[in-house]
Design a protein around this ligand. Structure first.
Ligand code: NI
Length: 136
């Protein structure tokens, strides 16, 4: 089994705010991330697929095709958007990096061709914070 990763980038705005809580409780739990008027992040997205290299190409999957699938289904829909307001896949969810990684997995898994298995979504919110999701 070989693991192949494509690295992509996007910017997006969000806030972390639980409407069931008071303003004070949101401030206490989320700090600056609860800022009412949003803030942004430079996200780095690593999508890893796994498989056996094809005897014809030597590839697990064509990386150009993988990049296009990520761009068409994820980047085009979230880059320079407000995750809380503009992004369908985050509707009704807390816009944490954890939930965004799960939403990205759930979108991408529908668009990969048969025989290409999604292995991991790794999503950096800052250079020092990332989450990983393996589908469960
Ligand atoms: Ni934030």
């Amino acid at each position: 089994m070989v693991y192949l990763t494509r690295f992509e980038h996007f910017n997006a705005a969000h806030k972390l705010y639980n409407p069931a809580w008071s303003y004070e409780k949101n401030e206490e739990v989320f700090g600056k991330c609860a800022n009412e008027n949003w803030h942004g992040h430079n996200y780095e997205l690593l999508v890893t697929v796994k498989g056996t290299p094809s005897p014809d190409t030597g590839f697990v999957f064509d990386v150009k095709q993988l990049s296009n699938i990520i761009k068409d289904n994820i980047i085009e829909r979230i880059d320079h958007r407000n995750l809380n307001v503009d992004v369908e896949m985050m509707k009704g969810k807390m816009c944490s990096t954890e939930n965004l990684a799960i939403a990205i997995w759930n979108e991408l898994v529908q668009h990969l061709p048969e025989g290409v298995q999604l292995h991991c979504i790794k999503l950096y919110e800052t250079p020092r914070i990332y989450v990983e999701y393996f589908g469960e």
